[in-house]
Design a binder for this molecule. Sequence first.
Ligand code: CU
Length: 323
Amino acid sequence: MSDVSTQDDAPAGAPGPGSDGTGREPRHFVRMVSIWLILSAIATPLFYFLVGPHVPPGTMTSTAEENQFDFNILMVIALPVLIAVWVYLGYSIITWRSSKAAEPVGGEVARSHLGVQTGWIIITSVIVLFLAGFGTVELISNHGAGGGEGPNPVWTPTSAHILPVQVIGQQWKFTYRYPTFGGMETQQLVLPADTTIAFHVTSLDVIHSFWAYQLSIKADANPQVDNVAFTTTRDTGSFTVRCSELCGLWHGAMYNYGRVVSKTQFAVWAKATEVATAANTKLLPPFAWTYTPDANGADGGYYPDNVDPYSPSEVYGAKQPAS
Ligand SMILES: [Cu+2]
């Protein structure tokens, strides 16, 4: 890889006829590896310990923590590769630029270096196979990617206390119902810290996607589907909820904010909100895991309005009138 400037078939780094005045070609390969080793040994731990704890999506939940760890491991493997490319590029520009007398000579010597070829295949194979194994272990041991466990979760948390929160998407907002607090519905997603949450994600109209970025939760919100995603909250703080499935004209405006608060604060908030929304809750349909979408589009209804003044064709499943 390095000794393309020599005309003989000496191994990489071996001295050869050179043009540096000493009659010996510098050991370019050894130099490059040394520079790469030093830079990698400095940059990799610096990244892991200084930048790593700040890598998105943070540590607000168990799933966020796991994702942050995975991103950091990927970066720790990628950094030395990146540094190798930059070192080779930089070294080549300095050493073999055209204004220098020592023009590298390519040809067969450059193409058929057994050590370089074997090393390349071994190193890239080890990296790719390790990442495949690491990814598989992380996927299984952390019970799925991103907390989206689907309508029939293959695993359920072992935690004794799980707070169910229903996320309802509709054009174009999210609302949240708390079945353990009288089925109240709010526009604020408030969660207690250090608690396992079961998000039950559904939709009243078209397909949406519930993406709570800092919680590292992303789950499709589909009508007639109760899509479950688990996570355990850790730190308190605020987070952003966005729709991440194109769902119509105001998709881009379909976001709001949530908070993870202490358990005591949550208990106070939940009780107060349950009382404050009691009159509203009475007007809502009873809490259910899914609701029948409103056939008349984006008015956010829970039931088909198969009553006047709507025509039968506006009701889901209705036969189209003969034209
Ligand atoms: Cu949407």
